[in-house]
Design a protein around this ligand. Structure first.
Ligand code: SF4
Ligand code: SF4
Length: 357
């Protein structure tokens, strides 16, 4: 039997997939959620959008039917302006035909292609294209929801958990957001709080103070916290440097953090585990850009065949292998790992009888 999400939080084997708070690439989201759920994550975190949630559930339902596991579905929102909630945009008609298109090369999501501008549904707001245009054509557009939309939206979506991206100095905005979530009348397993060193908190002690404020707010409203330290946001696919930032921040915050599981994020990748000292272990980890980068070539190949990864056995097996390479070190002592290490071919015998919609 699989380890439940709540148990994984308490025994320090929690792993989350971050699909991206602004990512609306629906076919990719269905497959990403399916692959990482089957590989063993305890939670998938997606944009707070009905179409995105439906796409995620399509992948999760498929995994539940074939493997008997169902991670939590978390949606991400923000209590104010936040780089995770933005899109890039430019007018392609203004681009000189002689431009070597550095924006296209910089984009990790293949959201800028051919002569069209930014494919909005694929853009997750990493910002790497913004400074790169020699003609200054690329703009940032705010993509975050309004406070008063949250209650209705969450009552429709009914996720297992919500993550609030907050920033130092926004304690009042955070509380206003929590009050809106409560109006949705959903029994959230956790309210996660994602925050890093930015704004008014430039060191670990100031950040911890902010987290303690969020803790007292959540407890006051009867909610259970889950902390996410955002080391270097949306940078896990870049390399070893970004992975160290996340662990260094966790090492500083852990002794002074409020109660509740503390997961590392923001720059996490295959190198992250190498930065831990003997005996150190965060309660959890979340993978975003690196998780997507590992699977992306297979998603592109599947889509070129007009298939989902779930309909392409060879691609599925490769995707599972890559996902496990990333998450298995964090699932140690987790029976789920062994359970899911079996060959997945039985899933496809069902597939062949009934093509997945
Ligand atoms: S580089 Fe980042 S911000 Fe720019 S289009 Fe691609 S995903 Fe969006
Ligand atoms: S770099 Fe600027 S000018 Fe060149 S294609 Fe991209 S947006 Fe257009």
């Amino acid at each position: 039997m699989s380890v439940s999400s709540e148990l994984a939080l308490s025994n320090g084997t929690w792993v989350k997939l971050i699909c991206g708070a602004s990512n609306e690439d629906l076919p990719a989201i269905s497959d990403l959620c399916a692959v990482f759920a089957a590989a063993g994550v305890h939670c998938v975190d997606v944009a707070a959008d009905i179409a995105v949630v439906n796409a995620a559930r399509k992948g999760l339902d498929w995994v539940e039917a074939h493997f008997g596991v169902k991670p939590w579905l978390m949606v991400s929102i923000s209590d104010g302006k936040d780089i995770h909630f933005r899109k890039a945009w430019f007018d392609p008609n203004l681009c000189p035909i002689t431009c070597s298109r550095p924006c296209e090369k910089a984009c990790p999501a293949e959201a800028i292609r051919d002569q069209s501008g930014v494919l909005s549904r694929k853009c997750y707001g990493c910002g790497r294209c913004l400074p790169i245009c020699p003609h200054g054509l690329i703009q940032e557009k705010d993509n975050h929801l309004k406070l008063h939309d949250y209650a209705y939206l969450l009552s429709e979506i009914r996720p297992d958990a919500v993550e609030i991206h907050t920033s130092p100095g926004r304690g009042d905005d955070f509380e206003a957001t929590v009050k809106e979530l409560i109006k949705a009348d959903v029994n959230f397993h956790r309210i996660a709080v994602s925050c890093g060193l930015e704004g008014q908190a430039t060191n670990a002690a100031q950040l911890a103070q902010e987290l303690w404020q969020r803790h007292s707010c959540l407890r006051k409203h009867g909610q259970k916290p889950l902390w996410q330290l955002d080391g270097r946001p949306m940078s896990g696919d870049i390399g070893i440097g970004s992975s160290k930032v996340a662990i260094t921040l966790w090492q500083k915050i852990r002794p002074i953090a409020p109660p509740g599981p503390l997961q590392v994020a923001g720059g996490t990748n295959l190198h992250t585990i190498t930065h831990l000292k003997n005996g150190q272990r965060p309660e959890g980890i979340a993978f975003g850009g690196m998780a997507r980068k590992l699977i992306q070539p297979l998603l592109v190949e599947a889509q070129a065949q007009n298939l989902s990864l779930r309909e392409w056995p060879e691609g599925w097996k490769l995707a599972i292998k890559k996902a496990r390479q990333l998450i298995n070190p964090w699932l140690s002592n987790n029976p789920l790992q062994n359970n899911l290490d079996e060959d997945n071919s039985h899933a496809f015998s069902k597939d062949r009888r009934s093509k997945i919609k």
